[in-house]
Write a protein that binds this ligand. Structure first.
Ligand code: SF4
Length: 161
């Protein structure tokens, strides 16, 4: 996996101050995508053990609420294994910090592969016609902010907001 950017003080992609990782590679190609340079799987830098250390160190601050993973598309087959490894490491080291993942896929499609390390999924493609800059933590009205563990245990989608 490769990644374009790590933001160590992000206040736009989830509650509180967060560390955000923007992975490379996305086949969704939403019209009006805010980050089209990240569609290429070879964009940015290689994600290595050193990158994991950098993220863990950035999370190890009392004012950091958690990790947000965006793209690109974290659930592309080329990325998802590395993304899940990172989630496992983050949750085992910081069980009280939340993990949010942004995806262009719908929850219903990826629910079978979700695990207990993911707290929130912001799902669905960016739809330009439904863009609304006043929306909190998402770009278009169709996207849902889903409480993953409540949804998994109840068997139906539970929104966080
Ligand atoms: S899923 Fe995200 S990164 Fe991919 S095209 Fe849509 S908005 Fe852009």
């Amino acid at each position: 996996m490769r990644y374009g950017k790590i933001n160590k003080t992000d206040i736009a992609n989830g509650p509180g101050v967060r560390v955000s990782l923007f992975v490379s590679g996305c086949r969704n190609h939403c019209k009006g995508c805010f980050n089209p340079e990240t569609w290429a799987f070879d964009y940015g830098e290689a994600f290595t053990l050193r990158t994991v250390d950098e993220i863990l160190k950035a999370l190890d601050k009392p004012y950091i609420s958690g990790l947000s993973i965006l793209g690109g598309e974290p659930f592309e087959p080329e990325n998802v294994g590395t993304v899940f490894d990172l989630c496992r490491q983050v949750k085992s080291r910081f069980p009280d910090k939340t993990i949010w993942i942004y995806t262009g896929y719908l929850y219903e499609k990826i629910e079978p592969i979700l695990n207990d390390t993911i707290d929130v999924l912001v799902d669905g493609p960016f739809i330009e016609a439904q863009k609304d800059i006043t929306l909190k933590f998402k770009g278009s009205k169709n996207q849902r902010i889903i409480d993953v563990q409540a949804s998994r245990s109840s068997g139906s989608v539970k929104l966080l907001y």
